[in-house]
Ligand binder design. Structure first.
Ligand code: FES
Length: 172
């Protein structure tokens, strides 16, 4: 059998990813307060911030490892565990909460079979909650990646999620 040798969907190797990270770090050389943007870029690159990446950043930027991990644990948008391709965030700010935000959250938990902070086994989705996305008049609000879904109804959750799935789930 012929080996698939197409390079067009080539997944970068760990070495190539680290090389890209080095380029990012170089780009911030001499810049004050570079740690947070470097961590953000690293998270975009790797999808999350594994220990090996944090240690590499610490060594390369000559910042104590404890300082790097301190920053990562301080900001909720950093994650040290793998996240899904799609980040689903339910607003639980006051307006959304009183207009059914918690039902939306329950519907998402049931559909995705994960809790807040979790990621589905197929790595398609991670579930998070937020506090006001600035669209209170259109509550309840749900964000998936950069898309804002307004006046969401629990009955629509399956269709909304399916529009983001790489592989459609069989209808149960
Ligand atoms: S409370 Fe949900 S968008 Fe403001």
């Amino acid at each position: 059998m012929e080996k698939d040798c197409c390079n067009c969907s080539h997944e970068p190797t760990d070495a190539e990813m680290i090389q890209s990270l080095n380029h990012i770090i170089e780009g911030f050389e001499g810049v004050e307060g570079a740690l947070i943007p470097v961590l953000q870029s690293a998270q975009n690159l790797f999808g999350y911030l594994p220990e090996v990446v944090l240690k590499h950043i610490s060594l390369t930027m000559r910042i104590p490892y404890s300082e790097v991990t301190g920053v990562v644990s301080f900001y909720s948008f950093f994650s040290t565990i793998p996240r899904g391709k799609n980040i689903v965030r339910v607003c639980l700010g006051t307006a959304c909460y009183v207009r059914g935000g918690k039902d939306i959250l329950k519907g998402l938990r049931d559909q995705l079979e994960i809790n807040v902070g979790g990621t589905t086994d197929d790595r398609e989705f991670s579930l998070e909650v937020g506090r006001c996305f600035g669209a209170c008049g259109l509550a309840p609000v749900l964000m998936i990646n950069d898309d804002v879904h307004q006046r969401v109804k629990p009955a629509k959750i399956r269709d909304i999620l399916n529009s983001y799935r790489t592989v459609l789930e069989e209808v149960r």
